[in-house]
Design a protein around this ligand. Structure first.
Ligand code: HPA
Length: 276
């Protein structure tokens, strides 16, 4: 498990930069190509990861690499523009550093977004999915090692990792906005290689609707720290075992950019409603 001191040092450095701001209520991670939501924020401060001691820097070019503080729909938020993935060579601790810092800063709700391959034959690239559950297929966990009791219990419950009331709220808001929103299970893999047809078939049989290379480490850490979690996948490519198509990064980013606008509108509406 992450050393609490490392997170506390990072949080001290962040707090020094935002001491004039109210405590953030909601933390949001922007996935690949989903940066558009940042444009909806009334920005009050940005804190580059490079200026935070021991904060891992993302090696992914499509990610900006900073925390952004501001208001969204009247709610005080902090956004992570860029995250750390296992496929970059980071361990689970570094993959969770952002959410642990946001939890220490005071958020009560964590909204995670990602780009993912679509395993459900009835859906299409471009569809949005609210995550109702996940399968951690990475073989890793951020909770191995000595437990830090102040953060959470040794054996945290995962029976409702994704908050059912927030899922309902997201579906209601999607309906009100006329945005199609599927609901499904996300399977998290390490990557960076994409899936073979046999792996794709297996994930479908295991009950997954979407596959991606992020999210599960962060959600485990978030639940360990008792945050409410809401997750969205932007389904960027159809990943079907009997008609596999290549999905290079450009396609993933382009598709995420296309549907990212709707996801941004939806998250803004959900956050605004959290206040109500
Ligand atoms: N597989 C894994 N990760 C992904 C995919 C995929 O097909 N698309 C976007 N991220």
């Amino acid at each position: 498990m992450q050393k609490p001191k490392k997170v506390q040092n990072a949080v001290i450095a962040i707090r020094n930069r935002i001491s004039h701001l109210p405590t953030p209520e909601v933390g949001i991670v922007l996935g690949t190509g989903l940066g558009g939501l940042a444009d909806a924020v009334e920005v009050q401060a940005t804190v580059p990861y490079a200026e935070i001691p021991d904060f891992p820097r993302s090696t992914v070019q499509s990610h900006a690499g900073q925390f952004l503080f501001g208001t969204l729909g009247g709610v005080q938020v902090v956004m992570q523009q860029g995250r750390n993935h296992l496929y970059e060579g980071y361990g689970p601790d570094d993959a969770c550093m952002g959410v642990r810092c946001m939890a220490e800063l005071g958020i009560h709700t964590f909204i995670v977004t990602n780009a993912a391959g679509c395993l459900n034959p009835q859906w299409d690239a471009g569809d949005l999915m609210v995550i109702t559950d996940h399968i951690n297929f990475t073989g890793r966990t951020p909770l191995a090692g000595e437990n830090h009791d102040a953060w959470g219990p040794r054996f945290p419950d995962m029976s409702q990792a994704y908050d059912p009331a927030l899922v309902r709220l997201a579906l209601q808001q999607a309906d009100a906005l006329g945005v199609r929103l599927e609901r499904g299970v996300y399977v998290g893999v390490t990557g960076p290689q994409m899936e073979t047809p046999a792996e794709t078939r297996m994930f479908k049989r295991l009950g997954a609707d979407a596959v991606g290379m992020s999210t599960v480490m962060e959600v485990i850490a978030a639940r360990h720290m008792s945050l409410r979690v809401l997750g969205f996948s932007c389904l960027t490519n159809k990943n079907l075992p009997d008609c596999m198509e290549e999905a290079p990064l450009e396609v993933v980013i382009a598709q995420a950019n296309k549907s990212g606008g709707n996801l941004a509108r939806l998250i803004a509406a959900v956050v605004a409603e959290m206040r109500a």
